[in-house]
Design a protein around this ligand. Structure first.
Ligand code: MF3
Ligand code: CO
Length: 248
């Protein structure tokens, strides 16, 4: 069952979304060569505590941190630690929080210092693919219209979309029905209705879409070790069109 949120529930989801977006903004300001991913995690934890929010990832299936930090060939679920970012890296930062029982989930990929044009292009295409997907999150469309629009755009630019990890419904739980793949035929799946809230999150690889999990049992990397980027927003489907809940 896909839950449709009431206007009051959407207010709470806006609160959660605002905290997530604010945390991500603070973290982003600290991204530079020499900073460790553990320092970024600390910024997130402090921000959420001040905002009265609960970090959504910490303890989730045993996950040990507040954010995910995935560098270069890492796709998602990189664990913050003592690794220092270096000039030319790209880093995907994923943040989730719970406020008044409702969740927000958001991710961006950022360049660290001066990065290659190849990396910048990948970031731009991934960001744009999220915007295109969001633009298809409209009442009356089918779920896979979102998925298809993302895949079509990404592949038209010569990149691939990850198959093994997908977006998701979100609300009283971080992961609700339905799954939101970033690939597929258009016109399939449930019809989108007012009050549905989705975390749309394209993961885009420079090379093959195949991924594997490192021995830490969390970090997902590209099989060919080429670059990957990830953008995510929590979006509400409204009669006035898609509303991005995780935007400042
Ligand atoms: N944003 C990711 C997701 O949608 C984050 C989950 S990572 C975990 O699934 F650490 F919480 F597992
Ligand atoms: Co998510």
């Amino acid at each position: 069952m896909i839950s449709c949120k009431s206007p009051q529930e959407l207010k709470y989801m806006r609160d959660a979304g605002r905290v997530v977006a604010g945390a991500l903004e603070e973290i982003s300001k600290a991204v530079r060569p020499g900073v460790t991913t553990a320092e970024l995690d600390r910024i997130a934890e402090d921000y959420m505590e001040k905002a009265g929010a609960i970090p959504a990832f910490k303890g989730y299936h045993g996950y040990p941190a507040c954010i995910c930090t995935s560098i270069n060939e890492e796709v998602v679920h990189g664990i913050p630690g003592l690794r220092e970012l270096k000039d030319g890296d790209i880093i995907s930062i994923d943040v989730g929080a719970q406020v008044k029982g409702y969740y927000g989930d958001c991710a961006v990929t950022l360049p660290v210092g001066n990065v290659s044009q190849e990396a910048l292009d990948l970031i731009e295409v991934t960001k744009k693919s999220l915007e295109i997907g969001i633009d298809h999150a409209r009442v009356g469309n089918r779920l896979s219209d979102i998925s298809h629009s993302i895949q079509k755009f990404v592949e038209s630019r010569g990149y691939s979309v990850v198959r093994d990890y997908v977006g998701h419904g979100i609300g009283r739980q971080m992961h609700e029905e339905p799954q939101v793949p970033n690939f597929g035929e258009p016109g399939r799946g449930p019809r989108l209705r007012e009050g549905m809230t989705l975390a749309i999150e394209p993961m885009v690889n420079a090379g093959t879409y195949e991924v594997e999990v490192l021995p830490d049992n969390w970090t997902v990397v590209t099989k060919d070790r080429r670059l990957s980027a990830h953008f995510e927003h929590t979006v509400a489907i409204t009669s006035r069109g898609p509303e991005i809940l995780t935007r400042r």
